[in-house]
Design a protein around this ligand. Structure first.
Ligand SMILES: *Cc1c(COP(=O)(O)O)cnc(C)c1O
Length: 385
């Protein structure tokens, strides 16, 4: 598998290239290892063993027990499952606390619950994209079933102090779920030392394929399955296992665990070189959000007054993939809910681009992009007059 030399891919928070070693690991399970892991013969046992190896690899990256790993179809399913389970534990606890900057997996699910009568507390953020821990503490009551707060934001890369959040939630006796889809593989985690009840992760954000995820369910928390049927995943997630993708995710986690420190340093250097280059070359450019407590791979940069849609189009023509600070739903460009929650005005939110770097980027690519971006912004500014 070769790299695409025509593309500068800086959208690793949207999805990542599958690592070639991961593809290799999958191939036997697409060809000869087709047994159903629930069957009794040897053909199936090899497949079952491969799932358990994958489970151990994921657990090693998360610093938890393999028995706490449930394979799912994606990060979104994991998050839905955690929320669903927490609400089924105690009829008197039906309140949810979350934030205004969550991924749509949490956001839309909680909006749906609100329509069906659940009380939801939406925590706001400051201009750095950070929540107020005092406000969090005050929001949790005897009726709170679940606190769901993402670990790192997909749009800005802002990292929440999940250690402290988890401790506050535990003291209040509620269940804590964190959407760690953007965190896993980028910053080291050790769940054994943290009072986290549930955590979601997704394969395609860490160089495994799309369509596989994990729900970490702490052995200290009760869990009610989201998808019921067969007894797969120890009765916690029914449906015949997506063996190739589970094997892939295991391999991706093994690679991530081995490289995490080194990779974070290399990726951070590329992100910083890019960010500093942009700030130096483009008048008026500003970084959105907390630059200290931030993922090493992400930068969200506003070019106030320059429409991100126009920039995306011109950058695409030059082979650069990144994304806008707005969600395009059926052709309507709504300013991002994350930037809005941070108090960004419309011109800033509509002029924001997110660049997210990864394992397969190079400094050479950063230089190539830095040679293009100022010209593109200048061109649009000229047209706008
Ligand atoms: C991508 C993403 C998800 C969704 O994961 P899928 O596997 O695509 O469902 C959830 N949360 C965050 C923060 C993400 O970046």
């Amino acid at each position: 598998m070769s790299e695409r030399s025509d593309i500068l891919y800086f959208d690793n928070n949207a999805t990542t290239q599958i690592d070639p070693q991961v593809v290799e690991e999958m191939l036997p399970f697409l060809r000869e290892q087709y047994g159903n892991p629930s069957s009794a013969y040897r053909l199936a046992k090899t497949v079952r063993a491969a799932i358990e190896t994958a489970r151990e690899r994921v657990a090693a990256l998360l610093g938890c027990e393999p028995s706490e790993i449930i394979f799912t179809s994606c990060g979104t399913e994991s998050t839905n499952a955690a929320i669903h389970s927490a609400l089924r534990m105690d009829r008197d606890r039906q309140h949810i606390v979350t934030t205004r900057v969550e991924h749509s997996a949490t956001l839309k699910t909680c909006e749906g619950l609100a329509k069906r009568g659940h009380a939801i507390t939406w925590l706001g953020v400051n201009s750095d994209g950070q929540i107020d821990l005092g406000e969090l503490e005050r929001a949790i009551t005897d009726e709170t079933a679940l606190v769901s707060i993402m670990w790192a934001n997909n749009e800005t890369g802002v990292v929440f102090p999940v250690d402290e959040i988890a401790r506050i939630v535990r003291e209040k006796g509620a269940v804590f779920h964190t959407d760690a889809v953007q965190t896993i593989g980028k910053i080291p985690v050790k769940l054994a030392d943290m009072p986290v009840s549930f955590l979601s992760l997704s394969g395609h954000k860490l160089h495994a394929p799309k369509g596989v995820g994990v729900l970490y369910a702490s052995r200290r928390v009760k869990y009610a399955p989201f998808i019921t049927g067969g007894s797969q995943e120890n009765g916690r997630r029914a449906g015949t296992e997506n063996v190739t993708h589970i094997v892939a995710l295991g391999k991706a986690c093994e690679i991530a665990a081995k490289n995490i420190e080194h990779e974070a340093t290399a990726v951070r250097a590329m992100r910083d070189a890019f960010e500093n280059g942009v700030l130096a070359a483009i008048p008026g450019a500003i970084v959105n959000g907390d630059r200290v407590n931030r993922l090493p791979n992400t930068t969200s940069i506003a070019f106030p007054g320059v429409e991100s849609e126009a920039m995306l189009m011109l950058l695409d023509q030059r082979g650069i993939c990144c994304s806008a600070g707005s969600a395009c739903t059926t052709g309507q460009h709504e300013p991002s809910h994350v930037l809005r929650a941070m108090g960004c005005d419309d011109t800033r939110a509509r002029g924001t681009l997110r660049f997210s770097f990864g394992r397969f980027n190079t400094m050479e690519q950063v230089s190539q992009a830095l040679a293009v971006l100022p010209e593109v912004v200048e061109k649009i500014r000229r047209v706008n007059g």
